[in-house]
Design a protein around this ligand. Structure first.
Ligand SMILES: Nc1ncnc2c1ncn2[C@@H]1O[C@H](COP(=O)(O)OP(=O)(O)O)[C@@H](O)[C@H]1O
Ligand SMILES: [Mg+2]
Length: 323
């Protein structure tokens, strides 16, 4: 289990402090697929990099705890111990994450040997082939000699997943890793992740701005806004669009269900009016979503609602309420 407790990450611009993550607490349960959703700029990638200790040095960690499998992660050495071994990550842009000058085989074999210092090259090659087979790459023996530029987008993603799994991690973070793919290939990669979750008991943290994708694969979805956790929605509520937070509702409304109407040229996609809020110290005493919320009351601008385990809102949406 990964336990994140009251994490604050700040940055300073022109002497003003901004909260990039604010009082964020979230548990990631073994074996689950946890979705992390939110508009662009809501802190999803900063959160992912925090779990691996990879944030830029101008992002300052200001309190909070990270506990991975009962192991408190504090120092650079703690992070080195877990990075790649316990927790691995795959990115949106597979082509740039793979080294263009080496074959797929040498990158995989080197990673495997680094992780298993006693293994010889021949055995590492055999394991590399089985890794490629596990991510359903055809003719894996032949693929070892390919260079990254010879692979299609979907194939590059599979190779990146194989590389991430070569060190046998327990947790895999996928940050917008299917966003650049076309819908058909995206579905295949999602099915692969579902299979790995089931067969390997791999815990997956799947980050996306697209709620419709998260709905189809996640056990729970954490909704982030301007660095704050607004709601955690479980699978059933996700599928029946049963949300408590007006932000989650608004975010879901931005994703159309494909129908004859939505395909018509006159159809206009819904958006959330206004822009994502800068989370500065003035926002610490009020709800961060007030400026864009349709349910704002006096209370919302006078104090900040507390996260109650499910959501953080003074005026949650009631069952059957239309907003
Ligand atoms: N190194 C950095 N320095 C300053 N601000 C940053 C840095 N990295 C990210 N941010 C800011 O943190 C916020 C969250 O970024 P990010 O996690 O990339 O969003 P998301 O992945 O949800 O689109 C954004 O406002 C972004 O500009
Ligand atoms: Mg991001």
């Amino acid at each position: 289990m990964i336990e994140v407790k009251s994490v604050n990450i700040n940055t300073f611009r022109d002497d003003t402090k901004y909260n990039i993550l604010y009082d964020l607490s979230l548990d990631i349960i073994e074996g689950e697929i946890l979705g992390v959703a939110g508009e662009s700029g809501s802190g999803k990638s900063v959160f992912a990099r925090y779990l691996l200790g990879l944030n830029d040095s101008n992002l300052i960690l200001n309190g909070g705890e990270l506990i991975i499998d009962n192991d408190m992660i504090v120092s650079v050495d703690d992070y080195k111990r877990i990075r790649g071994r316990t927790v691995s990550m795959i990115f949106q842009d597979a082509a740039s994450a793979l080294n263009p000058t080496f074959t797929i085989g040498s990158q995989l074999i080197d990673t495997i040997m680094l992780h298993n210092p006693l293994m010889n090259r021949k055995d590492a090659r055999i394991k590399a082939i089985s890794c490629l087979r596990e991510v359903e790459i055809d003719y894996p023996e032949d693929r070892l000699d390919s260079c990254p530029h010879q692979l299609s987008g979907g194939m590059s993603q599979r190779v990146m997943i194989a590389l991430a799994l070569a060190t046998e991690p327990k947790y895999l973070i996928a940050d917008e890793s299917t966003t650049a793919l076309d819908k058909l290939i995206e579905r295949q990669i999602l099915d692969l992740l579902l299979k790995l979750n089931k067969d390997r008991k791999l815990t997956i943290i799947f980050i996306s701005h697209d709620l419709s994708i998260l709905e189809s694969i996640c056990d729970r979805v954490a909704i982030l806004y301007a660095g704050e956790l607004m709601e955690i929605v479980d699978k059933d509520d996700m599928r029946s669009s049963k949300f408590s937070h007006p932000y989650t509702r608004a975010l879901r409304d931005c994703v159309p269900n494909i129908t004859r109407e939505t395909l018509a040229s006159t159809f206009r996609l819904k958006t959330i009016t206004g822009q994502i809020q800068q989370n500065d110290s003035a926002m610490e005493g009020r709800c961060i979503f007030t400026d864009r919320c349709t349910k704002t009351t006096n209370e919302c601008v006078k104090s900040k609602p507390k996260f109650n385990g499910k959501f953080k809102c003074f005026n949650p949406i009631k069952i059957d309420e239309k907003i």
